[in-house]
Design a binder for this molecule. Structure first.
Ligand code: UDX
Length: 436
């Protein structure tokens, strides 16, 4: 089966490469010449573990190719995925559908064969109807169906998530759409991944509801962590204790500096806008967004406190370890590290930072921060070390060396990757999240 993937960003590229790996014939399309050129030369535009090998193998096998020509790329494709960006619209937080509409229009103008148009981009409820109208306006003589097939890929684990998903959600309104989508996902039947067929609007909402729920779960445990610090409890135990209840589940209960990334912040805001448009407020999600925003700045203040308070902190030096919104990605979007660094530099603190993959992206976002080549370089002469992202490389720091290099043995662990007793025994003042 031929599949066209319009948009070769994170989602399009990972999905396209995985479909090709399952044996489909895939063309990834993008308007950006330099990106397509780079991909043809085996250079990935993003950091995602395993992606370059996956792309390389499938290009070599002749199942995956890249093009800037949409009309040519979609020719003969039974399924055309729209996987372009839907960023937050500046000013109002609505999802910006400019790219989705433009692609739908271009498909409508050039389509020559029967095809199912699939929105994979995260789009607000009702976008499928708009795409359908755009196609209808073109009075096509070929058969089309518009389907919603949201993605649930986590950055850093996207290939595994694609190949062994918890579920595949397909929102479609007719038999043609269902038939083609069954064929698209047939290779995954072996993995026994549940495929859930729903109405298109339900599928569109499932994506937002899932992300908002996960953001709520994280925010809930983060507030419990704050309470733990006040009452003398340990949030790790609280998370384990509630997570063993099957109805709650153990995942996404890791307290930290607040969620970031390309999805949760943008999708929660877009959901609020949809709720507002339909006059059906989602107050819980409103609170989650507010609490998470203020938490990121509060984490900066936590580091200031470890330096003895804002007045004492002026002129001191902090080593920031980890800048990306989570490990195994180079993505800095809405990373808590941005707010932490800002709070520190605003208070007159010198900041030296290191991240295994995100330095290049981080640099323009935190111009006052000195970027250094390794964790120990950052730690040299620091009055406090703050772990902001839980990269594996920071899990086994040589504490003796840290103590020798640092100006003062203070460790602020915003991801709870160290055991308090061990760090304290090594002579450190240790601050973490939700562990009194
Ligand atoms: C998320 C969803 O998981 C995915 O299904 C969706 O398609 C896109 O958004 P991603 O943004 O890649 O994926 O990251 P994820 O691993 O879910 O983490 C999101 C944020 O939550 C990160 O900042 C992470 O550090 C934070 N987080 C996650 C916590 O603070 N605690 C947790 O227990 C889990």
């Amino acid at each position: 089966m031929k599949i066209a993937m319009v948009g070769s960003g994170y989602v399009g590229l990972v999905s396209g490469a995985c479909f090709a790996d399952f044996g489909h014939d895939v063309v990834c399309i993008d308007k950006d010449d330099s990106k397509i050129e780079a991909l043809r030369n085996g250079v990935m535009p993003i950091y995602e573990p395993g992606l370059d090998a996956l792309v390389g193998t499938n290009v070599k096998a002749g199942r995956l190719s890249f093009s800037t020509d949409l009309a040519e790329g979609i020719r003969g494709a039974s399924a055309i995925f729209i996987a372009v960006g839907t960023p937050s619209r500046r000013g109002d937080g609505h999802a910006d559908l400019t790219f989705v509409h433009a692609v739908a229009k271009e498909i409508a103008e050039t389509l020559e064969n029967d095809a199912v148009i699939v929105t994979k981009s995260t789009v607000p409820v009702g976008t499928g109807d708009q795409v359908e109208r755009i196609l209808a306006d073109a009075n096509l003589s070929v058969r089309t169906a518009v389907v919603s097939n949201p993605e649930f890929l986590r950055e850093g684990a996207a290939i595994g998530d694609f190949k062994r998903p918890d579920r595949i959600v397909i929102g479609c309104e007719d038999e043609f759409g269902r038939e083609v989508m069954n064929e698209v996902y047939r290779p995954l039947y072996l993995n026994q991944s549940p495929i859930l067929f729903t109405a298109r609007r339900s599928a569109e909402l499932i994506k937002y509801a899932a992300n908002a729920f996960l953001a709520t779960k994280i925010t809930f445990i983060n507030e419990m962590a704050d309470l733990c610090e006040k009452v003398g409890a340990d949030v790790q135990d609280v998370a384990r204790g509630i997570g063993l209840d099957n109805r709650i589940g153990p995942k996404f209960l890791h307290a930290g500096p607040g969620y970031g990334g390309s999805c949760f912040p943008k999708d929660t805001l877009a959901l609020l806008k949809t709720a507002e448009d339909y006059e059906s407020p989602t107050r819980i999600v409103e609170a989650v967004v507010k609490v998470n925003d203020s938490r990121k700045r509060a984490m900066g203040r936590k580091v200031l406190d470890a330096l003895g308070g804002a007045d004492e902190a002026r002129g001191k030096k902090v080593a920031l370890l980890g800048l990306t919104f989570k490990p195994n990605t180079d993505d800095m979007r809405d990373s808590p590290a941005i707010a932490v660094a800002q709070t520190l530099t605003d208070a007159g603190v010198k900041v030296a930072a290191y991240d295994p993959e995100g330095m290049e992206q981080a640099r323009p976002l935190m111009p006052e921060v000195e970027m250094v080549s390794g964790p120990y370089e950052a730690i040299e002469g620091a009055d406090a070390v703050a772990i902001v992202t839980e990269w594996d490389a920071f899990r086994a720091l040589d504490l003796k060396r840290v103590k020798e290099l640092a100006n003062a043995p203070v460790l602020v662990d915003l991801r709870n990757i160290y055991t308090p007793d061990i760090v304290r025994e090594a002579g450190f003042t240790y601050e973490s999240i939700g562990r009194a």
